[in-house]
Design a protein around this ligand. Structure first.
Ligand code: NAD
Ligand code: TYD
Length: 341
């Protein structure tokens, strides 16, 4: 099967493609990514010579381009993904997350193929106690979450209205290798290593359910292969953490690994003005995914944070090129080299 993976040059998409190619020799992957600021082909370095992998640079909003692609199924990761950016300007979120998803749903409809839509637990909004199930109403609070809720509902509507073979997954907060250093965990690691302040929004007691990206990717593959059409699957790590606790854990690990002064590192923590509309707590029940798909997370949080810190320590060049902006020329350089060879 040739699978069209959208957004494969981003954090989760690139982890997914590596895992899919390694664990499913029966599949080929066609990666469609427009390479926004969040897309980085360095995330996929080494796959250039893999015969079961191909890359197309293109936008999911470009319907003519979509019509020219050959594939058997779609796994849709491409999105504008950062809440803070959506607060500054939501326009690209409407364009990519809603219009782009609708275009892919049309494509799945025309080709009569399966489409897995990667949604998020943020569509449910905040919950004071208990956990959201797949039956809970959607109540998004940030412009990012609103755009994802809209695309999630379009996916549902295309199944109900046109019978498109859609599966929806709603995952909690991911962490791990290749995450863009604007998100909480990689930002805190990069800033701490540079001796910069660590901006904690509000009182730092907001809660997220954290999952290692490898566990999320395995769940997406299972939902793609075994999920029932029209169904939603919550993917969560049963791992609720306050932001401040995670930051302290990261700093402990850095201090242990580098032998640097623990108190000096803790002194970098800086409480800043809260994010507007900041959701207090996310919590989802992943029971359906566990029981129906036979999935459970394999990476414990302490071990996952330690290995993530180690990865960022070993790959300073990768995120250094992101901070300097140099990574944006990677594709052009590779492309010119290919043309010249
Ligand atoms: P990311 O920002 O790291 O990557 C997004 C990728 O999509 C980038 O490679 C970007 O170039 C590409 N892209 C953006 N607009 C595009 C367009 N118009 N056409 C083609 N490609 C485009 O995001 P991520 O963290 O890897 O998230 C991937 C998906 O998973 C998103 O749909 C996100 O909503 C969802 N999700 C993320 C998390 C998380 O914690 N990161 C949790 C749950 C769900
Ligand atoms: P983030 O990684 O942006 O994910 P999301 O908002 O999608 O959950 O943020 C995770 C949590 O960390 C969230 O409660 C906001 C908080 N946060 C900070 O306190 N400081 C920061 O600099 C960032 C980026 C996030």
């Amino acid at each position: 099967m040739r699978i069209l993976v959208t957004g494969g040059a981003g954090f989760i998409g690139s982890n997914f493609i590596r895992q899919m190619l390694a664990e499913h020799p029966e599949h080929e992957v066609l990666n469609l990514d427009s390479l926004t600021y969040a897309g980085n082909l360095e995330n996929l370095q080494g796959l250039e010579t893999e015969p079961r992998y191909a890359f197309v640079r293109g936008d999911i909003c470009d319907q003519d381009l979509l019509k020219g692609l050959t594939f058997d199924a779609i796994i849709h990761f491409a999105a504008e993904s950062h809440v803070d950016r959506s607060i500054l300007d939501s326009s690209p979120f409407l364009q990519t997350n809603i219009t782009g998803t609708k275009n892919l749903l049309e494509l799945a409809r025309a080709r009569r193929c399966r489409m897995l839509h990667v949604s998020t637990d943020e569509v449910y909004g905040s919950i004071a106690e208990g956990q959201f199930t797949e039956m809970s109403p959607l109540s998004p609070n940030s412009p990012y979450a609103a755009s994802k809720a809209s695309s999630d509902l379009f996916a549902r509507a295309y199944h109900e209205t046109y019978g498109v073979d859609v599966v929806i997954t709603r995952c909690s907060n991911n962490y791990g290798p290749y995450q863009f250093p604007e998100k909480l965990i990689p930002l805190m690691i990069a800033n701490a290593l540079a001796g910069k302040s660590l901006p904690v929004y509000g009182d730092g007691k907001n809660v997220r359910d954290w999952i290692h990206v490898a566990d999320h990717c395995r769940a997406v593959a299972l939902a793609f292969h075994k999920g029932r059409a029209g169904e939603v699957y919550n993917i969560g790590g049963r791992n609720e953490q306050q932001n401040i606790g995670i930051i302290r854990m990261i700093l402990e690990t850095i201090s242990e690994r580098l032998g640097s002064d623990r108190e000096a590192l803790m002194g970098l923590i800086t409480y800043v003005t809260d994010r507007p509309g900041h959701d207090r707590r996310y919590a989802i029940d992943p029971l359906k995914t566990e029981s129906e798909l036979g999935w459970k997370p394999l990476v414990g949080f302490e071990e996952g944070i330690a290995s993530t810190v180690d990865w960022y320590l070993a790959n300073r060049a990768w995120w250094g090129r992101i901070l300097s902006g140099e990574y944006m020329t990677y594709y052009e350089t590779q492309y010119r080299q290919r043309l010249g060879s």
